[in-house]
Ligand binder design. Structure first.
Ligand code: ASP
Length: 347
């Protein structure tokens, strides 16, 4: 059921009276309308995790200087993809079980509802740029594996070794441990080593954009693809309503079209944080077998500039930047056990 435009504005918008970035859920001042968004916090970018702050800050600068939100999303995400110390995105990412770094990324442009994506791409430093190329220069939305890599090389992306010495040595240690666990027929996937940058942006005309990039689940089975490059799972942008992105255990997001679900909750009138909570609750209800290890987190930004986040991973935080400054914010921490037996939702 959709709600009236007025109720949507009351429920979801937030423009800080002081221009500070901290608020995300206050009612919008009467003067602010979806048709006339305030520009004092534009361009506005939010991203998963504290490391997303550097990407958001770069994105604000690029969008301000060049006016291109897509350049801002792409090159902002480059900052994280370039960081060799970040073990979950780009170079320095944890490899798969065979010791190969396989990357996933996608990008969306709200005004033309366009999207591009690559999955399981090896030896290419900037999968987000290849995703943008897929979006802008092909009739397709998604390329995978070697096809994606050859497409990138043909379009000028050099082959790059993404496995750092540190990650190679970690992988060798992991392999030694695996060899000892003879009873296991499948490699044990390292649940503690996965993070992703999902970034959402809003310009002064109220247009929304997003991007997502990850090396995925550490020591995954080769060929495994998570939620991050799947449009509607790791990222979704609807220029009429808002945008959402995910981080966490992709398998628990992609069976539920998680980011699409968050955006649809906003469409029905939920504020961004509330929409993220509703999506987590819905997933927990449908998926009770995974309740104890759900490990899913969402960020959301609506067309009026309100933003928020919620998730089940301990200490999940997100970053926000605009020309007014930057901030790292604690996401609403959800205990899915609380919506288990006591909440009556666990089946
Ligand atoms: N969602 C990513 C994946 O499953 C990893 C993460 O965000 O932690 O590949």
């Amino acid at each position: 059921m959709s709600i009236s435009r007025r109720k949507f504005i009351q429920n979801s918008a937030c423009i800080s009276a002081t221009g500070a970035i901290a608020c995300s859920q206050n009612p919008v001042p009467a003067a602010v309308d979806l048709g006339e968004p305030s520009t004092n916090m534009r361009p506005l970018f939010i991203a998963t995790w504290p490391f997303g702050k550097f990407s958001c800050e770069a994105a604000v600068k690029i969008a301000t200087d060049s006016g291109s939100m897509l350049d801002a999303i792409e090159k902002g995400i480059w900052v994280t993809e370039n960081d060799v110390k970040n073990a979950s995105v780009g170079i320095g990412g944890i490899p798969n079980a065979d010791g190969q770094v396989e990357l996933d990324a996608c990008i969306m442009s709200g005004p033309d509802h366009n999207a591009g994506s690559v999955a399981g791409i090896r030896d290419i430093l900037h999968p987000i740029s290849v995703a943008r190329l897929v979006m802008e220069s092909t009739p397709h939305v998604m390329l995978v594996g070697d096809g994606a890599k050859q497409f990138a090389i043909k379009n000028g992306h050099p082959e790059t070794n993404l496995l750092t010495d540190q990650q190679k040595s970690n992988w060798q240690n992991w392999q030694r441990k695996q060899a000892k666990m003879l009873q296991q027929s499948q490699p044990k996937i390292d649940e503690d080593h996965h993070d992703t940058i999902a970034m959402l942006g809003l310009d002064s005309d109220g247009n929304l954009y997003g991007g997502c990039s990850t090396s995925g689940w550490g020591y995954k089975i080769p060929g495994r693809v998570g939620d991050s490059p799947i449009i509607g799972s790791g990222l979704y942008v609807d220029n009429q309503v808002g945008a959402a992105g995910a981080t966490g255990l992709g398998e628990n997001v992609m069976r539920h079209c998680g980011s699409f679900l968050v955006v649809e909750m906003m469409r029905q009138g939920a504020a961004p944080t509330e929409a993220c909570e509703m999506a987590v609750n819905r997933i927990a209800e449908i998926d009770p077998k995974n309740l104890d290890n759900l490990d899913i987190n969402f960020i959301a930004l609506n067309k009026a500039g309100a933003y928020g986040a919620a998730g089940t991973s301990k200490g999940f935080k997100y970053s926000v930047s605009s020309p007014q400054g930057s901030e790292i914010i604690d996401a609403k921490a959800m205990s899915v056990k609380a919506i288990g037996p006591e909440g009556g939702n666990r089946k």
